[in-house]
Design a protein around this ligand. Structure first.
Ligand code: SF4
Length: 707
């Protein structure tokens, strides 16, 4: 079914999974396609098991190769049956028209993903605003990077995950990793940490679990989930008390420190030990190590950020880094470790509810005028900001909510919090269309399923965790019957009467994206496919120059001279500890936290179908400390049921002393009866980022049976 499959050719591209975007060369022709790692600047010849196995899925027998529709239109209990693209697209457009005619434009919604290319993310945002003229669009990055992004925008005026190249990690004498486990999530990145350690660098890991990353650290702090903000404030309290603050840096490069100084006065070390469980001696060791290092950095990730106060928690660590004079110095600073493959680019080009390309605000009149001019529309015709991801999902099917939804590259039935509630909302829709490679748990609920091209079959750009814009190159032709999401959007736009505004060609879309981003914080206007090829990636911001002979070099290191705020100074902001929305009680006496395992990726739509990865991680396991297991009468491998106020799920127990005795951990890559997100909650969203509290809720554990 795959055309042109006999001539062998090798193409340099990147792994389809995480934000490290490891370089790889894919050889297509003979089936299956094969791959080898490349010496790209982030992975330098390394790949993890996910990357090595990625080509397996291109010819997977469960791959969707034809559009699917319900045998009885409108009846989702009837089976999905194959149809033509014309029929499938006609049904989607008919549903859009019918819904908007009866319920208004905002009753049609779009939900995107952080694995879409920059071009697809850009085109999806434009499709919503220009073709559908709806405000209802958001994406799954809201559940991933939004708290760190909110904090960085507030503090620095700009959000780029790492404001420096990953290689700077090897130069740092001290690295504090907060809620981040790269040894499992992106193992090739560990070579930069290892290089630092080999020349004597000290690493401190802050994590309730003794992860693979924590095992190699000089110091492991094990706070109670949800108390990272208190810990950061406590470390700053010590820094102030011990005279470790870089007063000259604070005076020259920041504003707002006096309020923060007053705010952390109450976070005395023994109070912080009571709140977090981190001993005073370890708090002091961490602060002194950070302050005395020539080069030091603090890196946060989802463990610190996926909370009801995730934005303030990231801000607390930024406050500490600023007080010690770290951001803007080579080999130093604060950064956040992005998760999804295009988690960075996915939040820059306009698929967020409140955003236009170039990381511009949809509420800003100047931004609306600029982007409207590029799109050839009246700025007044652009919708206003819509609901954030969970709010959009929770209102599906309701009066005033979305009634027809188009989902690209996202499996919210597994990845959204309070997943059973989200599934029931999806069932309440008038019409659901899903584009995916496989019949994901979300696609199973759809009226129309559109088979999309996989990573090696499509072209475009991605932006990695460092803000380096790279090329995803087409290594082989997609199977007949499969289309990439740019083509899909162009076809839909054509049927909606605006096809001339929507190209299906990635480079044409990128050229428009460049113009739309010009002058924004994420300025790509000086980047071209040719430059990316020649320079092995270009760091944004990279504005176009008048003199073509003197192009802007791109910006590997941000903030060396000034921050991206109007006055050029970074902003301290006073932030306060708040208890988690759910605390253990008599009914739900333990703390549940969720996370990842090495051999699975995100909602598992792809990796759960990989035979080699399934051998390593076939089922999710609930980690319990031996003390808790003994109290519950649970032995290793027993089946346990976890119950929260939202639902129940069953797992085999993994009894391990690598976790706090009061915490239970489950990975979130599975759905059905082992869905971690059937347990998590979403009633307390972060007020800035609208991040749900994935990382802490109250849980009861019951032994069900033996292994
Ligand atoms: Fe590299 Fe991430 Fe792919 Fe692993 S999943 S090979 S770390 S890009």
């Amino acid at each position: 079914a795959r055309p042109g499959g006999c001539v062998s050719r090798t193409t340099e591209t990147h792994c389809p999974y995480c934000s490290l975007q490891c370089g790889m060369a894919v050889t297509a022709g003979a089936r299956p396609a094969t791959l080898v790692p490349l010496d790209f600047p982030t992975n330098r010849g390394g790949l993890c098991s996910k990357g090595w196995s990625s080509a397996e899925l291109l010819d997977h027998p469960e791959r969707l190769l034809r559009p699917l529709v319900r045998a009885v239109p409108g009846d989702r209990t009837s089976p999905l049956v194959e149809t033509t693209w014309d029929d499938a697209l006609d049904r989607v457009v008919a549903a859009i028209r019918a819904t908007q005619q009866v319920h208004g434009r905002d009753a049609v919604g779009c939900f995107g993903g952080g694995s879409l290319t920059n071009e697809q993310a850009y085109q999806f945002g434009k499709f919503a605003r220009v073709a559908l003229r709806t405000s209802a669009i958001d994406y799954n990055g809201r559940f991933c990077m939004s708290s760190a992004a909110g904090a960085a925008n507030r503090a620095f005026g700009l959000d780029r995950g790492l404001p420096f190249p990953l290689s700077d990690v090897a130069e740092a004498d001290v690295v504090v990793l907060v809620g981040s486990n790269p040894a499992d999530t992106m193992p090739p990145a560990m070579q930069w940490f290892d290089a630092g350690r080999e020349r004597g660098a000290q690493h401190v890991v802050v994590d309730p679990r003794r992860t693979a990353t924590a095992r190699n650290a000089a110091l492991h702090l094990q706070p109670l989930p949800g108390t990272d903000l208190a810990l950061a404030n406590g470390l700053l309290h010590i820094a102030i008390a011990e005279g470790l603050v870089d007063e000259a840096y604070v005076a020259a490069r920041t504003t707002g420190f006096d309020a923060v100084r007053a705010g952390v006065a109450g976070y005395w070390p023994d109070r912080v030990e009571r709140l977090t469980g981190v001993p005073v001696a370890d708090q002091r060791r961490t602060v002194f190590a950070l302050a005395r290092a020539d080069k030091a950095m603090v890196l946060t990730a989802r463990g610190a950020e996926q909370h009801r106060n995730g934005t303030d928690t990231a801000q607390a660590w930024i406050n500490l880094a600023l007080a010690l004079g770290l951001p803007g110095r080579r080999g130093s600073g604060w950064g956040t470790v992005t998760g999804q493959g295009n988690g960075q680019g996915g939040r820059e080009h306009g698929q967020k509810a409140d955003q236009l390309p170039g990381y511009r605000s949809l509420a800003d009149p100047a931004a609306r005028a600029h982007v409207a001019a590029v799109w050839g529309v009246d700025p007044d015709d652009l919708p206003l900001p819509g609901r954030s991801a969970f709010e959009l999902l929770d209102a599906l099917g309701s009066d005033g909510g979305v009634r027809t939804l188009l989902v690209l590259a996202s499996n919210v039935a597994v990845s959204a919090p309070d997943a059973r509630r989200v599934i029931s909302r999806l069932r309440g829709l008038d019409f659901l269309a899903v584009s995916d490679f496989f019949l994901s748990e979300t696609a199973e609920l759809a009226d129309v399923v559109l088979p999309s091209a996989m990573w090696a079959e499509e072209a475009g750009t991605m932006t990695n965790l460092e803000g380096r814009v790279i090329r995803r190159r087409r290594a082989l032709d997609p199977p007949a019957g499969v289309r990439d999401d740019l083509q899909l959007l162009a076809e839909l736009a054509g049927r909606l009467g605006v096809g001339e505004r929507f190209s299906g060609d990635p480079e044409t879309v990128f050229e428009e994206l460049r113009r739309a981003s010009a002058g924004g914080t994420a300025d790509y206007s000086g980047i071209s496919y040719r430059r990316i090829d020649e320079e092995r990636g270009v760091f944004w911001p990279c504005p176009a120059t008048e003199d073509r002979a003197a192009p802007h070099p791109g910006t590997p290191r941000l903030f060396t001279e000034r921050f991206a705020t109007p006055d050029g100074r970074a902003r301290f902001l006073r932030v306060e500890h708040a208890d988690a929305a759910e605390r253990p009680d008599a009914d739900y006496p333990h703390v549940l936290t969720t996370g990842r395992v090495l051999a699975q990726y995100q909602s598992g739509t792809q990796t759960r179908r990989s035979r080699s990865l399934q051998l390593v991680a076939p089922t999710p396991r609930a980690e319990l400390h031996p003390d808790l297991a003994a109290a519950l009468g649970v032995a290793n491998d027993d089946v346990v049921e976890l119950a929260t106020r939202r639902g129940r799920a069953r797992f085999h127990a993994q009894v391990t002393d690598a976790i706090r005795p009061d915490v239970v951990f489950v990975p979130f890559h599975w759905g059905g009866g082992a869905s971690a997100n059937a347990l998590t909650g979403a009633d307390a969203l972060d007020p800035v980022s609208k991040m749900p509290p994935f990382k802490v809720c109250a849980v009861a554990v019951t032994r069900v049976s033996g292994p």
